[in-house]
Design a protein around this ligand. Structure first.
Ligand code: ADP
Ligand code: MG
Length: 294
């Protein structure tokens, strides 16, 4: 571990991250992915289903499934206490101290991440007890504050997940994720299962919390409408590789890569009508930089 705070280094820097199945190391599901994320900024990772967005996110958390491995690369995390360190090298025990405390993640479907037999208040409190040692009245007060922060009346602390709406459950997940004031929040398609109005409210909430807590946010989506709303920077993934990256303005108004252009052509127009034209992959055969897909 290194010396002190490094203010020059970004909050998160992925360097040449590749991921493959352990049984077939040459089959790269994520291939040489590199990008940086600053504190207080949002980077959106976009790409269609299967492009490697979730695996990239899970590799940052050290949560890749048993069958998969990080074949190469560094996950440099810049933390006040430890300085810049490659968290891909940490033991599971060391990672557990970071997970939930300094890096938190929100998933798409809150019902699968919440325990149905425990109250939401209890579940929000778990990481506060584990990481910060909070108990009793102090813990109760902190849970109430967190619920209010995400727009849920604090008297709902005693409710069970199935007594809440989908939007409220996602708010509970957000309360859990920000409980220990993480420096980095990873959100993997957190609004996909919600209706459009609730989706907009949740995006606004995440954006406000990010600013208020000066977190870095890595936001995974396949929706360019979401990108337009909340991104500072955009990373476009296709078949495990980054095909384009830049500021939101660059990528949305002046896309360079044919895949980005094709994705943007699928965005619904102002009336919300979706252009269902399939993505045109004609460019792919000429593109020597992409590895052979399946
Ligand atoms: N445990 C696994 N074993 C083998 N292949 C996997 C595993 N998990 C994911 N994949 C494959 O890796 C690719 C990227 O997956 P993922 O990161 O989940 O995509 P995205 O989140 O962009 O939809 C997909 O082709 C998926 O089938
Ligand atoms: Mg995914």
């Amino acid at each position: 571990m290194t010396d002190s705070i490094n203010t020059v280094q970004p909050l998160l820097q992925l360097q040449d991250v590749s991921i493959s199945p352990k049984t077939s190391p040459s089959r790269l599901l994520v291939n040489n992915v590199s990008f940086t994320l600053e504190a207080g900024k949002t980077t959106c990772v976009v790409g269609e289903s299967g492009s490697g967005k979730s695996l990239t996110a899970l590799s940052i958390m050290g949560l890749l499934s048993q069958q998969l491995q990080l074949t190469s690369g560094k996950v440099l995390f810049n933390d006040k206490e430890s300085g810049v360190q490659d968290i891909a090298l940490l033991s599971d025990k060391a990672l557990q101290k970071i997970r939930g405390a300094k890096i938190a993640m929100i998933f798409q479907e809150p019902m699968t991440s919440l325990n149905p037999v425990l109250t939401v208040g209890y579940q929000i409190g778990e990481s506060l007890t584990m990481h910060l040692g909070l108990k009793g009245e102090v813990l109760k007060a902190k849970i109430a504050t967190l619920l209010e922060m995400v727009g849920i009346p604090s008297n709902r602390a005693g409710s069970y997940p199935d007594e809440l709406s989908g939007g409220q459950r996602q708010r509970v997940m957000i309360a859990m994720s920000i409980a220990c004031e993480p420096r980095l929040l990873i959100a993997d398609e957190p609004t996909t299962a919600l209706d459009v109005t609730v989706q907009a409210q949740i995006l606004k909430l995440l954006d406000e919390l990010k600013t208020r807590m000066n977190m870095g946010m890595l936001f995974i989506t396949h929706d360019f409408g979401v990108v337009a709303d909340i991104a500072d920077n955009v990373v476009v993934m296709f078949r495990g590789e980054i095909v384009e990256a830049g500021s939101k303005e660059q990528v949305l108004s002046n896309p360079q890569h044919p895949y980005t252009k094709a994705l943007l052509a699928c965005v619904p127009d102002a009336e919300g009508k979706k252009d269902l034209k399939p993505i045109d992959y004609a460019w792919l055969s000429d593109n020597k930089t992409l590895s052979a897909g399946t």
